[in-house]
Design a protein around this ligand. Structure first.
Ligand code: FAD
Length: 370
């Protein structure tokens, strides 16, 4: 360990809460991931956090636990085991169908106080941010929001790193005084383990901690955001940047994305210019993605963009500048004018599909409307 870091460890915290008296935290063991779901479907970030949680738990030689809350969600408890959990707490009750802060946080607090995990992780989603904040305040403990790296040191301290000071540096935040140590992380930052149905684990039922009549908020209706792009779960992303020259060229990217069953992404430059909405932005201040295939079209490859897409399985870069930094991380690079190359790729895919459909009309390669 670096000398500077050792000194830092010994320094007493200058501000903030102090635990009363000598608290023995040694009974706190293991990593707990709170699984987020909506209508019985888990958010992919939950499985990604179980993947990272497994790595941390193995390093700590401690169990990996998951907490599933909702209504008719027992299948997710099994899924959590397939994705790496040793033990799953399942709170399955009709009044927990929709997320509400108090009933959900009460369940989390009960599980944390009873089973004492040393680390608690959640997705940095709207729900995860709300829930994590409520829990950390009640326990009380520290919470690092929006972590991009999670590790543990030899003192079992969680090293939660996140961009700080206008994203100019990476800060590693430690919670030395309290347990559990809490962090949220964005979707796409960590990799889920392959789903393994042969994995076994323990499922522990947990009762809801509030009676329905004690819950003072009611969800009247749930309106799904329409037209919002789901970059985080996309297998194929066709992203464009300033090189597109204007908003109209995104039509070319949409055509290619449609042929591949993908979605359109963008660099911040294209978003800042007002060519496309912010929900399409990928990078440090946008979404972090992990698709199987990523097209970077007219995007130079600035570090702030690359951190959001470098985990794609395959990266195809199209740029007229052979020196563009994006080529350093691309698996396939095409040097040339995007206005010629993109329609040519789209047409080639269409022709291949048409030829395949003609050869085997029973198995159409494009979805058919019946
Ligand atoms: C704190 C901070 C946070 C940031 N967060 C993000 C973020 O989340 N996401 C993000 O993307 N950026 C982010 N940025 C901005 C980032 O630094 C870059 O400015 C931005 O990514 C550049 O976007 P670009 O690649 O589209 O544009 P440029 O860098 O201008 O690149 C355009 C590229 O298009 C190519 N090109 C031009 N015409 C053609 C053509 N006809 N055919 C083919 N290629 C062509 C050019 O050769 C060039 O390489 C952030 C910056 C800061 C300071």
């Amino acid at each position: 360990m670096a000398e500077k870091e050792q000194k830092e460890r010994k320094r007493k915290p200058m501000v903030g809460l102090q635990p009363e008296g000598d608290v023995d935290w040694s009974s706190y063991r293991g990593v707990l991931v709170v699984v987020e779901q909506r209508a019985g479907k888990a958010k992919s970030v939950s499985w990604q956090l179980l993947g990272q949680g497994r790595r941390l738990a193995d390093k700590l030689e401690a169990p990996l636990m998951a907490l599933v809350i909702g209504s008719n969600v027992s299948h997710l408890a099994r899924e959590a085991i397939y994705y790496g959990a040793d033990r799953v707490f399942l709170c399955d009750s009709p009044e927990l169908e929709n997320y509400r802060t108090r009933p959900y946080s009460r369940v989390c607090l009960h599980v944390i106080r009873t089973y004492k995990p040393e680390i608690v992780l959640m997705g940095a989603t709207y729900t995860g941010r709300d829930l994590a904040g409520a829990i950390a305040t009640h326990l009380p403990t520290g919470l690092t929001a929006d972590s991009t790296q999670l590790d543990v040191d030899d003192e079992r301290l969680l090293l939660a790193s996140r961009p700080a000071f206008s994203e100019k540096m990476l800060a590693t935040i430690l919670c030395k005084q309290f347990k559990p140590q809490m962090a949220t992380a964005r979707a796409g930052v960590f990799e889920a383990l392959p789903r393994d149905e042969s994995r076994t684990g323990e499922i522990i039922p947990v009762p809801p901690q509030m009676k329905p009549e004690e819950i003072t908020t009611e969800v009247l209706e749930f309106l799904e955001a329409t037209g919002k792009v789901n970059l985080e779960d996309a297998d194929v992303i066709v992203a464009g940047g300033r090189g597109l020259g204007g908003p109209g060229a995104f039509r070319l990217l949409q055509d290619l994305a449609d042929e591949l069953g993908g979605v359109v992404g963008a660099s911040r430059a294209a978003v800042d210019l007002g060519w496309i909405g912010h929900d399409h932005q990928i990078g440090q201040t946008g979404a972090t993605v992990r698709p199987k295939l990523y097209f970077a079209i007219g995007i130079s490859g600035a570090i702030q963009h690359v951190v959001g897409m470098q985990n794609a399985t395959y990266i195809v870069a199209i740029n007229k500048d052979p020196e563009a930094p994006i080529f350093k991380i691309a698996n396939y690079g095409i040097v040339g004018d995007l206005f010629q190359i993109v329609p040519a790729i789209t047409n080639a895919i269409r022709q291949r599909k048409a030829a395949k459909d003609a050869a085997d009309p029973q198995q159409p390669s494009t979805p058919q409307t019946v």
